[in-house]
Design a protein around this ligand. Structure first.
Ligand code: GLC
Length: 572
């Protein structure tokens, strides 16, 4: 026996580790998850009943979309009271029970923070429009121009002018989203104080973080100048990453966030690697941010309300750029889906012939790279887009506004003419009820669901996915694998075939501080519907197959790849 202490070298030093880097997040959209009382609308007791499904996936954190009191014009992103629970979803006691049950299962709960705007029904707005001196500056009010038209040409993200005229105040107010969502005036210190107090109030209740809605839009240019009329979002250059945004977020961090051990992720339209480093790099106010670049691959040009072909080299280029750009500071947030995006199998996979294969392949791409992955409800089932046959079947305020606008301004005469685009792009695709079993309405509700269930629910549902080679089982295995191997979380991503338009092959390498390799994982993914072969340039002898979405025992990485086959190997 010698008493020399053993030299243990850890590839990831303790100071670099944090729980939110090592977590897999699961997103719940309360309106569509599970209805406990038969009114056709999901609710908090419904979520509690189904928590075991979430815990069994092996995820660590739940992000809950807004559950605050709201007229629900934008499904809760229009908040009328930040400190109470929307009555259709339950009570504060129900929410407290949810938090306790999430914590009992060793998971954490992240809440949505929507502070760029409120609902017009919020008391602040009601008092502001009446000119109450305490609240008159809580929103962005302006006189019309000389002709009484809106003060400038900025456009709402949901279409039309970003200004609405209020008869009570006899002035225009700014709304970058729906006209029922007036933008708060962050220049007013009282607004900042009230928002920071509200955030601390929720954190004191024991929540574990915030997902921050369109958080880089808080600061608007002084004087509200005209925007570029040819821009795809007119005015964006004056309110995306506006002049005081970092001051506001740094104040938020100092006053509130830094007092708690929490996860913070900003949703940031038009985020670039450079701005991500400012928001979430060293000393930045947030932990990470969502960018949108990989969700635009299937646009025709810049236009969201269009459908174009996408290509794999471009996806790889975006992936490399974000990995490399944030490798020394900052952290990536990885996602395919959320409540605003169409289902990924319907976009980048094959929802008909290879639904299971392409869903598991896309899951592999998301869960085998460094960053924090976010799985959206139903993604673990391989849920697909639905059919939207008429304007009346759509519920999404954005899709309805856009459809209306396209018909009025682009000369379309009927919904049928735009159904392909609007139906593909509508946020309703993500919001159809969660499919629990093959009973009526997929076990989501005993009543009439607020949005119709996808017609494939008899095959695609949680009960059916408990056995065999289901997408859900595969997600469980993937999440297990990620949890066991730091290389997937902290490793360096190297793309072996940047230009290949059907196959992706990449390694995730974890090194010791002295340079020796601790672990190296290789993923080979066939993004096409045909069989592919590949000659791998690396030394792949002794490659251990860890997981495949086909029934494989051991197989060499370079042998034929079946349609949408995913394989994960351990090389070292
Ligand atoms: C974000 C939300 C979206 C909402 C919008 C306005 O993009 O994710 O659902 O409609 O902000 O709050």
């Amino acid at each position: 026996m010698t008493d020399t202490p053993q030299q243990v070298s850890h590839p990831v030093p303790d100071e670099e580790r944090t729980w939110w880097k090592e977590s897999v997040v699961y997103q719940i959209y309360p309106r569509s998850f599970a209805d406990s009382d038969g009114d056709g609308i999901g609710d908090i007791p419904g979520i509690i009943d189904r928590l075991d499904h979430v815990a069994d996936l092996g995820v660590d954190v739940i992000w809950l979309n807004p559950v605050y009191e709201s007229p629900q014009r934008d499904n809760g992103y229009d908040i009328s009271d930040y400190r109470s629970i929307h009555h259709e979803y339950g009570t504060m006691a129900d929410w407290e029970e949810l938090l306790a049950q999430v914590h009992d299962r060793d998971m954490r709960l992240v809440m949505d923070l929507v502070v760029n705007h409120t609902s017009v029904d919020h008391e602040w707005f009601q008092r502001s429009r009446r000119g109450d001196p305490e609240y008159e500056d809580y929103y962005i009010w302006r006189e019309g121009d000389a002709d009484g038209d809106p003060p400038n040409n900025w456009e709402s993200f949901f279409g039309g002018s970003a200004w609405a005229y209020d008869e009570v105040r006899e002035a225009y107010y700014l709304h970058l989203y729906d006209e029922s969502q007036p933008d708060l005036n962050w220049r007013n210190p009282a607004v900042r104080r009230d928002i920071f107090d509200m955030m601390a109030w929720w954190l004191e209740k024991g929540i574990d973080g915030f997902r921050m809605d369109v958080i880089n839009l808080l600061s608007k240019a002084p004087g509200l100048p005209d925007g570029d009329p040819d821009g795809d979002w007119v005015g964006a250059e004056h309110f995306v990453d506006g002049p005081r945004i970092l001051d506001y977020l740094e104040a938020m961090d100092e006053r509130v966030l830094s007092n708690y051990d929490i996860l913070t992720v900003g949703e940031m339209p038009r985020l670039t690697v450079e701005t991500a480093r400012e928001y979430a790099g060293e000393g930045g106010p947030l932990d990470m941010a969502f960018h949108f670049q990989h969700t635009k691959l299937d646009y025709d040009g810049d236009e969201r309300w269009s459908v174009g072909d996408w290509d794999l080299p471009e996806l790889k280029e975006i992936t490399r750029r974000w990995h490399d750009g944030l490798s020394d500071e900052g952290w990536n947030a990885l996602y395919w889906e959320n409540h605003d995006q169409p289902r990924v199998v319907s976009r980048y996979g094959d929802p008909e012939e290879y639904r299971r294969e392409s869903a598991t392949l896309l899951g592999t791409f998301m869960l085998t790279r460094s960053g924090t992955p976010y799985v959206y409800q139903g993604q673990e089932l391989g849920m697909t887009n639905a059919n939207w046959e008429s304007m009346e079947t759509l519920a999404d305020v954005d899709a309805r506004n856009r459809a209306q606008e396209l018909m009025e301004t682009e000369g379309y005469e009927s919904f049928e003419e735009i159904a392909d685009v609007v139906g593909y792009r509508s946020r309703d695709n993500a919001r159809t009820p969660m499919q629990w079993d093959d009973s009526e309405h997929a076990g989501f509700t005993d009543g009439e669901p607020w949005l119709p269930v996808n017609t494939n629910y008899e095959q695609v549902n949680v009960a059916a996915a408990q056995e065999g080679d289901s997408v859900t089982e595969y997600y469980r295995s993937l999440i297990d694998l990620r949890t066991e191997h730091d290389a997937f979380v902290y490793g360096t991503y190297d793309d072996l075939y940047p230009d290949h338009d059907r196959l992706a092959a990449y390694t995730q390498t974890l090194e010791f501080p002295d340079g020796g390799v601790s672990e190296r994982m290789l993923s080979v993914l066939n993004f096409s519907g045909s069989t592919e072969t590949v000659d791998l340039p690396t030394t792949v002898e002794n490659a251990d197959l860890l997981l495949s979405n086909y029934d494989r025992d051991a197989i060499a990485p370079e042998t034929d790849h079946e349609p949408y086959e995913a394989r994960i190997f351990r090389l070292e």
